[in-house]
Write a protein that binds this ligand. Sequence first.
Ligand SMILES: [Zn+2]
Length: 311
Amino acid sequence: MTRELPDIFACCDCAAPLDALDICRECERRFDRADACPVLFPTRSRDVSFTIAPGMLRPDDIAADSVFRYPARSGQDKSDAYHLDLAHQDILENLPAGSVVLEIGCGGGQMRAWLRGRGLVYVGTDVSTERVHDWLTAFGGPDILCDAHALPVRDASVDVVYAAAVWEHLAFPQMAAREVARVLRTGGYFLGSASFLEPWHDESYYHMTPNGTHSTLRLAGLETVHVWPEVKWPGFVAMLEMGNKATRPVRWLGRLMNVYYLLPKQMKIFLKTRTWPDKNGLFETRSRMAGAIAWIARKPLAPQAPEGEAN
Ligand SMILES: [Zn+2]
């Protein structure tokens, strides 16, 4: 079975545009298939370079009050597509028909029907079909097997890259973000999320703080539009529950520990300023940001001049 796919693919070894997914006419590399799914992993080493402006290395670079940049609405609506955040949904639903959405880490391809139902062109990629939860295999699986660090996709050919709960599973997250920036069209969106404050998460590599999210996107040349705590799970509850059975007493124990963590600090602020920290404020959120940090980033209209290099 071969699916109808858009004409966006490139050789993962020589970067020549591919007109078929079985052979590269430029370097004559042949591509295997796994259950009819083209397998496009590189066989050559590659050099990757980053430009780091002096200002990007300062720890105080991101103003404390802009660490979280909340979208109009967010959070997972369990009734709709699996794992889809409302803020991401708002972007996807407003795309012009025919826009190309490339999903990285698509698992079973559970977003395919939802996106196609909205007139969008969907390409689901994953590194393997074996890591997919059994209950997601019914969605048809990935269209392409490839590596997020070496996307077999042409420069500036995709309108949106979508990657929910994927970036913690990448060995080199900044390199993969750079790949996203490469394949996005100008003004295109990168919608993603990564695990944070979860004690052990399916052989993950790097869990992302909000600051780490900002700097990863920035290093890739992307513009951060929104960053927010997606699940707002109290850290202590996450540590107690994850990997264990989520029972009510355990949840309450975690909440109690969270109150102990938060309340003395809140009291101190209250006594000093006579104001209670705002619900969505940084302070309150810091005690409830386990689960995932989510983001919306954009490929800027013109290449951004790194700070410190302006004339
Ligand atoms: Zn090639």
